[in-house]
Design a protein around this ligand. Structure first.
Ligand code: COA
Length: 380
């Protein structure tokens, strides 16, 4: 069905899609592999360690990971090489220019599900944004590959705002709808975070998982009967060095830095925790007030999935009481941190039971720092 309706200029979320890689790594498997690597390293470097020239590596622990983060397992694109103490990286064989890139491939899977759920004909889709925290290559854009694979006309581009890529993508899409520049925009977030995670780093080796999500943002005039009105969106960035990834195209111009740990994800997790919780809670409450929404009346919070303790604190500050699992659902126990996709997975898996008129909040936060809030109301 193709639409010729008068547009409303009012953005809604028509549907979402999710692709979950089949393979999972439990904390037990992860720690077993990591500790075998530590034993091997310490044995191979025994003399240097004894002489005080090299620091012995410390083992990881399942109990620490679960207590500090709430993460119990993660999905990955390539389990075996990650768990091999001699490799500890994903292995995804290089593809020819005629094949879909890995990010486009999983993005298309999530996007197809969103299109199907909305009953949307691709002829009605005007744009594709690939919003993710890492891009497989600079160009051509993964978004254009996804566009091509799905047979969408119009335009597509990649955008990266780290953990907040998806919510920044939703606001960008919503602004196209508000301005009348588009009536239907796919925001796709393929997150192959296993590629930027330093699996040899005890402080962070447990943090991330792989996934892809899609959100179809549309003009209310063409949306399916059941959808989510976007009541308002708010974005915020504040510079911080506490989460960094210095990988980039100029690395080859500084060969002295190649292979160093900062060319993968690094963070000061405790500082991030302390600084981001108040920043995000304040942003949510201020924006809710501006929109005339009582934050304590929000029926559900779909929060960024990095740390269960952070979410507990943010939800408490927003709702004014300890949030139940129903009010602030968790997916990081089985997905770990999937960067920008986390709050979208939570929304995708936990929205069908809400009633007509219920309000909720999709909220992301992370590197930059960056934070994004999308206030929604169910129409059913
Ligand atoms: N196994 C066992 N012990 C470990 C460990 C591991 N894998 N990793 C670190 N430790 C130790 C540390 O060495 C430290 O020991 P010490 O007290 O003797 O110095 C202790 O555990 C505490 O480490 P710390 O890094 O302070 O832990 P934490 O409670 O802050 O938890 C995070 C770490 C990363 C889980 C947590 O800080 C976090 O999630 N922060 C928010 C991160 C975030 O949202 N980032 C956004 C990314 S998108």
């Amino acid at each position: 069905m193709s639409h010729n309706k008068t547009l409303a200029g009012r953005p809604v979320i028509s549907s979402t899609g999710l692709f979950t890689p089949a393979e999972t790594i439990t904390n037990e498997e992860l720690v077993d592999s990591f500790n075998r690597y530590v034993e091997r390293f310490n044995a191979e470097n025994a003399d240097a360690i004894a002489a005080g020239n090299t620091a012995a590596l410390q083992p990881s622990s399942v109990e620490f990971i679960e207590k500090a983060s709430g993460i119990k397992a993660r999905h990955v694109m390539a389990k075996e090489p990650i768990l091999d103490p001699g490799t500890m990286e994903p292995r995804l064989p290089e593809r020819s220019n005629e094949e879909l890139s890995f990010m486009a491939e999983i993005g298309v899977k999530a996007a197809r599900q969103a299109l199907e759920q909305a009953g949307r004909d691709v002829a009605d889709v005007d744009a594709v944004l690939c919003a993710a925290s890492n891009m497989e290559r600079p160009y051509p854009a993964m978004a254009i590959e996804i566009q091509q694979e799905l047979g969408i006309e119009g335009f597509a581009f990649d955008m990266n705002v780290a953990c907040s890529s998806a919510t920044f993508g939703i606001q960008t899409a919503a602004d196209y709808i508000r301005s009348g520049n588009a009536k239907s925009v796919l925001v796709v977030s393929p997150e192959i975070t296993s590629g930027h995670l330093n699996w040899r780093d005890r402080d962070s080796h447990f943090i991330f998982g792989d996934v892809a999500t899609a959100v179809l943002v549309e003009d209310a005039a063409i949306a399916p009967d059941t959808h989510w009105d976007i009541l308002g969106t708010r974005l915020k960035t504040v510079f911080s060095n506490n989460i960094r990834n210095n990988f980039g195209f100029l690395n080859r111009a500084s060969p002295e830095g190649e292979g160093k740990a900062d060319k993968l994800f690094v963070q000061e997790g405790r500082k991030v925790f302390k600084e981001v919780v108040p920043m995000v809670a304040e942003m949510i409450v201020t924006e809710a007030e501006r929109l005339g929404i009582d934050p304590q009346a929000l029926r559900r919070l779909w929060l960024h999935q990095a740390n269960a303790g952070m979410n507990r604190l943010i939800a408490q500050k927003v709702l004014g009481h300890e949030a139940s699992a129903d009010e602030s659902p968790t997916v990081l126990d089985t997905y770990a941190n999937t960067s920008s996709a986390g709050s979208i997975i939570a929304f995708h898996k936990h929205n069908r039971d809400l009633a007509d008129g219920d309000t909720g909040l999709i909220c992301s936060f992370g590197a930059g720092y960056s934070a994004g809030a999308v206030f929604v109301r169910k129409v059913a």
